[in-house]
Ligand binder design. Structure first.
Ligand code: CP
Ligand code: NVA
Length: 307
């Protein structure tokens, strides 16, 4: 049965943990596994802009002995003249896997349903599961065992990053607090899924409106842009709604003394985070960005073994 990663809870706790272990090994021995030797090709498709995802998939596929085929949707037939499922039927005869950065989650579901090769969500409007594998790898490197850690996400609670934090942290047994303006909260069905998973792993989910309450004593503080790709027309109202949610030095001082700060990047310094925090000693954003490479290599290697 072909496995896909469309959302974070497509991985069980044991599978998530095994991929993180493998990513850590691959980071130490970067060229030690070559499951794409042949070489086989992996298609990486972008409907939206990208730096980290584009580079880390291209480099990672090459590290694994394969060839990356990076496609800009605007220059392909996908989305214009051709459906996701027809595109997948064409690609599966020639590539080992497909990664796709797109808008609607339903497009990824359609692609995955119509193909025999693994499909990876390289960011959708709803989830960013590759980023969460990198974030959890980074947190593990700095804090050790994930289960039982306290993590606070502050800011846009209604977007892909927070939805992925909900599901991935629940899977890892983490205690996650999310502080968001009332009008920008996570989708209820995703919160319910996260609560159900957390009940099995020993984690927990707490939704709050007060950033100070959310970061009190936590091990990890996370934020993301207030204006995600595709929401640029809402910029003015979003900057107003999120003005009390900036991660400042004062806010970080409420977390544990050795707390770390994460941001998936790209960042808007002076909006969701103060420059002194993201560029300060508690920030681990460059480790986090590098870990996209190792986490996705482990994910691809694992997916290719599943069918
Ligand atoms: N964090 C992340 O996905 O970055 P890019 O948009 O540059 O790929
Ligand atoms: N939430 C952001 C993440 C960017 C990597 C966006 O979707 O634009």
């Amino acid at each position: 049965m072909t496995r896909h990663l469309l959302r974070d809870d497509d991985l069980s706790p044991a599978e998530q943990s095994a991929i993180l272990d493998r990513a850590a090994r691959m980071k130490v021995d970067r060229f030690g596994e070559r499951p794409l030797a042949g070489p086989q090709t992996v298609a990486v498709i972008f409907d939206k802009s990208s730096t980290r995802t584009r580079v880390s998939f291209a480099v990672g596929i090459a590290d694994l002995g394969g060839v990356p085929l990076v496609i800009s949707t605007a220059s392909s037939q996908l989305g214009g003249k051709e459906t996701a499922s027809d595109t997948a039927r064409v690609l599966e005869r020639q590539v080992a896997a497909i990664a796709w950065r797109t808008y609607a989650q339903s497009g990824l579901e359609e692609m995955a349903a119509g193909t025999t090769v693994p499909v990876v969500n390289a960011l959708s409007d709803d989830f960013h599961p590759c980023q969460l594998l990198a974030d959890l790898l980074t947190i593990r490197e700095h804090k050790g065992e994930l289960a039982g850690l306290r993590v606070a996400f502050v800011g846009d609670g209604g977007d892909n990053m927070v939805h992925s934090y909900l599901l991935a942290c629940a899977t890892a047994g983490i205690h996650l607090r999310v502080a968001h303006p009332v009008a920008y909260g996570p989708r209820r069905a995703i919160v319910d899924d996260a609560i159900r998973i957390a009940a099995q792993t020993g984690g927990s989910i707490t939704l709050l409106s007060d950033p100070a309450e959310a970061v009190d004593g936590v091990d990890v503080v996370v934020t993301d842009t207030w204006v995600s790709m595709g929401r640029e027309d809402q910029k003015a109202e979003r900057l107003a709604a999120f003005s009390g949610y900036q991660v400042t030095r004062e806010l970080m001082a409420l977390a544990a003394g050795d707390a770390i700060f994460l941001h998936c990047l790209p960042a808007d310094r002076g909006f969701e985070v103060e420059a002194a925090v993201i560029d300060g000693p508690q920030s681990v954003i460059w480790d986090e960005a590098e870990n996209r490479l190792h986490a996705q290599k482990a994910l691809l290697a694992w997916l290719l073994e599943q069918d």
